[in-house]
Design a protein around this ligand. Sequence first.
Ligand code: OAD
Length: 251
Amino acid sequence: MVGEVLLDGLNLRANPEMCVVVLTGAGVSAESGVPIFRGKGSMWEKEEARRLASRAGPPWNTRETWEFYEWRRRLVKSCEPNAAHLTLVRMEKYFQDFSLVTQNVDGLHRRAGSQKVYELHGNMWQGRCPRCGEVVELPETPLKSLPPLHGCGTALRPNVVQFGEPLDSRVLRLAVEASKRADLFLVVGTSAVVSPACELPLLALRHGAVVVEVNRDPTPLSGLVTRSIRGKAAEVLPRLWGELLARGRHY
Ligand code: OAD
């Protein structure tokens, strides 16, 4: 990647009217110190994560589940957004139709300053009442009680989609609609194996978008997208943004 022009040969210029969608995964937070889910540097390399996760489970509003989430929340609390998160904030300010779709539940995009974020898998800084469905903010860690309680007295569950559970249909619909109208779709730091998130770049591609992948490693998408760039998100995204802007000036 060093020295190479990332967008060389692509018919792509930045202009504020174009529709840009970015899908992020755990890799975008890796350089902030948040462990990813699969492969080298994954959360499961840590014995404590394996031990706590093995005790978490349905109905998800138990002390054991929250002990696992409190471990993750404590870890993320000490992490800061990195240059990739900050670049996406700048892009949101530039493009009129910009959507950030994330699989991450760490809340770092919002902490960086991104405003419109579709959190496909929820947010670990929120709890949800299994009885009435209300979502409540839980910004402090450690929590005062495990499990935390809703105003109605019911134990809250983390507002995080667990494997096998459906996604919030409104959030998914907005992400699908944005993907269909995208001129440029960036897919950053995801292994692209979890559905339906991994289908969004392909949907955008079918609807005519230029799809650019940024990932440390190859993924099942790498051979299908318009351009696949190997590298760290915090290094590649600022460069890619710089190139886009430079092309835009000559528009
Ligand atoms: P994964 O852990 O599956 O994939 C992370 C990807 O980031 C891998 O392809 C890595 O090669 C890449 N990567 C690592 N460091 C990077 C860096 N510095 N820069 C760029 N890329 C880097 O995470 P996701 O694809 O996000 O679901 O996983 C999808 C979902 O699976 C998660 O949202 C989670 C998990 O089960 C829920 O929590 C519901």
